[in-house]
Design a protein around this ligand. Structure first.
Ligand code: 13P
Length: 340
């Protein structure tokens, strides 16, 4: 394992004013997104949509890395340049989702565990050959009556750590993603409590598996109230609770934290990130690794029509730029009104 190389890649992924585009929707998930715009999920439509995002002019200014799905990593632009080659040429680090999704955790109703370790070492080797320099594995923790249990948290944390160790062995930076879902009616305090327990366990297992912390990127949820909570905490409260929780549980050896958006609106996800960076005095970079919060408007503006590609790209670039500003605490919500 080349530790210097891992640290170099991880730092590039969270470089100042830049963040990660999560475009790694599985075939099932992208179908759901396309259903909303009435577009059939064919391999060509998926390719065309990813080409729209990856070729958005100047996107490298604010996008440091792209997470792709297996199919996407093997695809190319219409002119025949492989997506991973295009990204590398632009100074964007190509990444790959390597987990195989979640399955119910036996004996623990309502809880899930992430699959994908079988054969992972071999797949990582192949992905490295295809140009991927970082990977992603998402663990999912739900909050509800009597959950999460310790068993669910421990199982998921152990898997994240084994995945991370395998990645580093293959000279691939692991994005370690323990997502505490924002579905449900729970309070911000409850989210803070669960996120704290999850992060404690994750870093315990990363330590036990001798994972090199300088060579990972953490992708956590923000500490927010559940979406079904009638009295949701405001943005400043979210920012303070999230920073407090991360300071308590994330070692300063970790170069950067890139949040998932998890169902927050585009503007909400940007504002939260900005407020956190304004708090300042943080030992790690605080950036973004958004899926929906970077793509929502771009996808609907495109609508699957060739004549809307440029307009879709402008919407994507607007979100990339505003989140780039938020990653340095220089966003202004007034910018939302400006045309893309
Ligand atoms: P969202 O930002 O839409 O939550 O997606 C990020 C991601 O990669 C989830 O695994």
């Amino acid at each position: 394992m080349n530790r210097n190389e891992l640290a170099r890649i991880a730092q590039a992924m969270v470089a100042k004013g830049r963040g990660i585009l999560a475009a790694d929707e599985s075939t099932g998930t992208i179908k759901k997104r396309f259903d909303k715009i009435g577009l059939e999920s064919t391999e060509e439509n998926r390719r065309a949509y990813r080409e729209l995002l990856f070729t958005a002019p100047g996107c490298a200014e604010h996008i440091s890395g792209v997470i792709m799905y297996d199919e996407t990593l093997r695809q190319a632009t219409r002119s025949g340049e492989r997506f991973a080659d295009l990204q590398s040429r632009l100074g964007i680090v190509p990444g790959i989702k390597v987990d195989a999704g979640t399955k119910p955790l036996p004996n623990f109703p309502g809880e899930v565990v992430t699959e994908g370790l079988d054969g992972l070492a071999g797949r990582l080797k192949e992905y490295h050959g295809l140009g991927a320099r970082f990977a992603k594995w998402r663990a999912v923790i739900d909050i509800g009556a009597g959950i999460p249990t310790g068993t669910c948290i421990e199982s998921n944390a152990e898997l994240l750590a084994r995945y991370a160790a395998l990645c580093q062995e293959a000279e691939i930076v692991p994005i370690v993603e323990p997502e505490v879902l924002m579905d449900g009616a729970h309070s911000l305090e409850r989210c803070e409590e669960v996120t704290s327990a999850v992060l404690t366990e994750v870093f315990d297992r990363l330590y036990a598996h001798r994972v090199y912390l300088e060579g990972i990127v953490l992708k956590p949820n923000m500490v927010v109230s559940g979406q079904k909570n009638a009295t949701r905490a405001g943005p400043q409260q979210v920012a303070e609770a999230t920073v407090r929780t991360l300071k308590r549980h994330v070692p300063s050896a970790v170069p950067g934290i890139a949040f998932l958006s998890g169902g927050q609106s585009e503007a909400e996800a940007t504002l939260h990130l900005d407020l956190m960076n304004r708090i300042g005095g943080l030992p790690w970079a605080l950036s973004f690794s958004y899926g929906r919060a970077l793509q929502q408007t771009a996808l609907t503006t495109w609508g699957g029509r060739a004549e809307n590609v440029a307009a879709g790209q402008r919407e994507f670039l607007k979100r990339a730029k505003l989140n780039g500003l938020a990653a340095t605490g220089r966003y202004d919500s007034g910018l939302e009104k400006q045309a893309a």
